[in-house]
Design a protein around this ligand. Structure first.
Ligand code: PHE
Length: 339
């Protein structure tokens, strides 16, 4: 008899149910008015006196365990129902959340900033709507200077003193006006030129320009800085500086990197030469330093500038510059992994 009750105890312990009906069935089976425990208590009277103590103990044990079981199972079900009421079914898999992605221009711009930051350049910014002084005159491009034509400027309304900056060299002017050397700064930003829109050029694009001014800064420092950059950015370790002309630097050069001629694309983008132009550079013209309040007898410096779209097109093999401004999610989504 006692063994039988012990079996019931094990049965109760092992019992599990996840709906109200099953728990109720279980409760009635053990604790109901015609349930097992009632029967056992009734049998108790017939048990010989010397066994009453042990028998009583196991019955009571069975009763407590069964009661506890019913209570905990009911509680579990109720708490699930409450949660369901507030949040719906908490065990359902979550809804997929579509994550945004960074724009390829921002990815490349941030990479450029990271590389120059690692060698001590800070980041400076300035307004996109500029005046003549900061965009032209201070940069050795006085009124009627022929090189102004190179810049295809958007002027605002009829006032020629209000324009959209054509390069972020204007930020460098502002930086020099407000800071004395040593200066090491890069100026990333959006620039505007009145050019026909095609697969290769746009009237809006981005530049990162750099400026380094200190005592005894030489052309060799410029070349070494650019070499460091191309190694970090492209993994290429051969560059070439071709003589060029900018009004604000003297001497001036175009920066070419040796891209190589391994694939068909390499042939196409380098026009079969293996070399690729990524920007301009030079030693800051002493006139520019003077215009910005820096002693040109004491200090020298170098500057460089490059187009961000150009670099992004190279790195991601994008054939059309207009893709950057169309905001087509099918294009933008492809940069998801490059957070
Ligand atoms: N400002 C030049 C441009 O927009 C680039 C440049 C910057 C060249 C600094 C030389 C030095 O084309």
């Amino acid at each position: 008899m006692i063994d039988k009750i012990k079996e019931h105890i094990e049965e109760v312990k092992a019992f599990h149910a996840d709906n109200k009906e099953k728990i109720e069935e279980f409760r009635i089976k053990y604790l109901g008015s015609k349930g097992l425990l009632r029967e056992l208590f009734a049998d108790f009277k017939t048990v010989p006196n010397e066994m009453k103590k042990d028998f009583g103990q196991v019955i009571n044990q069975l009763k407590t365990i069964a009661e506890e079981k019913v209570a905990t199972l009911q509680e579990q079900i109720e708490s699930k129902e409450v949660a369901k009421g507030i949040y719906g079914d908490l065990t359902r898999p979550g809804e997929p959340v579509t994550l945004g992605s960074r724009h390829p221009i921002s990815i490349v711009k941030n990479q450029i900033i990271d590389i120059f930051s690692s060698v001590g350049f800070n980041v400076s910014e300035g307004p996109e709507i500029e005046d003549d002084w900061h965009n032209f005159t201070a940069l050795n491009l006085p009124e009627y200077h022929p090189a102004r034509d190179m810049q295809d400027t958007f002027f605002i309304q009829t006032n020629p003193d209000v324009l959209l900056r054509t390069h972020t060299s204007s930020v460098q002017v502002r930086y020099m006006e407000n800071n004395q050397p040593p200066i090491r700064t890069i100026s990333p930003g959006r620039v505007f030129r009145n050019e026909d829109i095609s697969a290769r050029s746009h009237c809006i694009f981005h530049q990162v320009e750099g400026l380094y001014i200190d005592k005894d800064v030489s052309f060799a420092d410029l070349k070494q800085t650019l070499l460091y950059f191309t190694k970090e950015m492209f993994g290429k370790s051969k560059i070439r500086l071709r003589p060029s002309y900018f009004p604000f630097t003297e001497p001036s050069a175009e920066i070419d990197i040796y891209w190589g001629l391994k694939t068909e694309t390499d042939y196409r983008i380098t026009k079969g030469t293996g070399w690729l132009e990524i920007g301009g550079c030079g030693m800051v013209d002493p006139n520019v330093l003077k215009n910005c309040g820096i002693d040109a007898d004491e200090y020298t410096g170098f500057a460089f500038g490059m187009g961000v779209e150009r670099i992004a097109m190279l790195l991601y093999q994008i054939g059309d510059i207009r893709m950057f401004y169309e905001n087509d999610v099918r294009f933008l989504e492809q940069f998801k992994s490059s957070l």
